[in-house]
Design a protein around this ligand. Structure first.
Ligand code: SOE
Length: 380
């Protein structure tokens, strides 16, 4: 019989759903050393917590995260609530000896993130941050190709994350769903919410970012606040672009915005090496575009590899070759990898400390946007 792993989910929004779905599906598709049990979901609003618990099959619900953290029958605290709650919950959970999983970004700023890293490391509790896109099979495949040296020396890294859902000036800030527009809750705008994904993937694939020069902008200066009903200054970055140099000498451009009319979630990257290049696009997430200079010259060109075969990362766990999976599966893979790491006693990336490295780059980008100077991110 497998050991049960009792989950206490904090938060029931978009991320509460992706994480709950991941724990539900992972044991059906992966042979795991644990049986995850959806024990409790916690939200301030009892009615909503009860409805979520019923819909997702949680055994109970709670309205006070402190009670969940202190519950002896909970093994894992999974933080899927807004960013301003991450710090306090993670630190209390670590002190209570719980395994801690946290939605990205870790904290609202490096000070919060550093305290969270110190707490899990002092308590010696397993931890991870849900940077889910690493576990898209095509992205994991890109990592494999780079690690095998197939690209050779890397010269360029080019990446964007484009959305268009905040263009209307009538969209309020704050409150459910829209807390991402309220910097008191989110910490930052697109830099911490979207570029954090690009930065996490980029440093995983191409190593440490050593310096950045950024341009940030807030296009809509005031918005009504959903909670106060007042017009309030908008203090998040609506758009963020930066140039970067990696420690390996390669050069990069990063861009994120919520004002790219026509784009819902266009996350792309392209990497150019001396021997080969790679391109990936979230809207076509199962494809990896690959150009290999070693190919015979008359047939040389970009290949569009359908990453759905049994020997592609994660795919042997799903259907038959050629059939696709999607966004939700990136979370299923992370949940599965986490439980396998837990069984083997090995940390599962990205740990809190690895995610802190991303927060340092986010912080350097925001600083550079203000100072108009090159900034050097701290190393974690
Ligand atoms: C914002 O719209 C958002 O939901 C981010 O918060 C997620 O991290 C990203 O994956 C998709 O976009």
């Amino acid at each position: 019989m497998k050991k049960k792993l009792n989950i206490g989910m904090i938060g029931y929004g978009f991320m509460g759903r992706t994480h709950s779905n991941a724990f539900t599906k992972a044991p059906h598709f992966f042979d795991l050393p644990y049986e995850p049990v959806l024990k409790t979901v916690c939200a301030r609003n009892a009615e909503k917590a009860a409805a979520f618990a019923a819909q997702w099959g949680y055994e109970r619900f709670d309205t006070d995260w402190r009670k969940v953290v202190e519950s002896p029958d909970i093994d894992v605290i999974d933080i899927a609530s807004p960013n301003d709650t991450h710090h306090d919950i993670a630190i209390a959970a670590a002190a209570a000896g719980k395994i801690v999983l946290c939605e990205k970004p870790l904290g609202r700023n490096p000070a919060e993130s550093e305290a969270m890293v110190a707490a899990v490391e002092k308590a010696g509790v397993p931890n991870t941050v849900w940077y889910n896109y690493r576990r898209t099979p095509a992205v994991t495949m890109a990592k494999k190709l780079i690690d095998e040296g197939r690209l050779g020396r890397i010269f360029h890294y080019r990446t964007v994350f484009l959305q268009d859902w905040t263009i209307s000036p009538d969209l309020p800030q704050g409150g459910e769903g829209l807390w991402r527009l309220d910097s008191a809750v989110s910490g930052s705008g697109v830099t911490g919410d979207l570029l954090a994904h690009n930065i996490d993937t980029a440093m995983w694939l191409n190593g440490q970012i050593s310096e950045v020069s950024a341009l940030t902008e807030t296009f809509i200066k005031t918005r009504k606040h959903s909670l106060t009903g007042e017009d309030q200054a908008v203090t998040i970055d609506d758009a963020s672009l930066f140039l970067a140099r990696f420690a390996n000498g390669s050069l990069a451009t990063f861009e994120a915005t919520r004002y790219a009319r026509g784009h819902k979630a266009l996350y792309t990257f392209e990497i150019n090496g001396e021997k080969a290049s790679i391109k990936w696009d979230l809207h076509d997430l199962h494809r990896l575009e690959y150009f290999d200079y070693a190919d015979e010259s008359q047939l040389r060109g970009w290949k569009s590899i359908h990453i759905t075969d049994g020997d592609h990362p994660y795919m042997s766990h799903w259907w038959v070759p050629g059939l696709q999976i999607g966004y939700e599966h990136t979370f299923v893979h992370q949940a599965a990898d986490f439980m396998m790491g837990l069984g083997a006693g090995t940390p599962v990336a990205p740990t809190f400390r690895e995610a802190l490295a991303t927060d340092y780059v986010v912080d350097a980008v925001l600083k550079s946007g203000k100072s108009r100077q090159w900034e050097t991110p701290k190393t974690a």
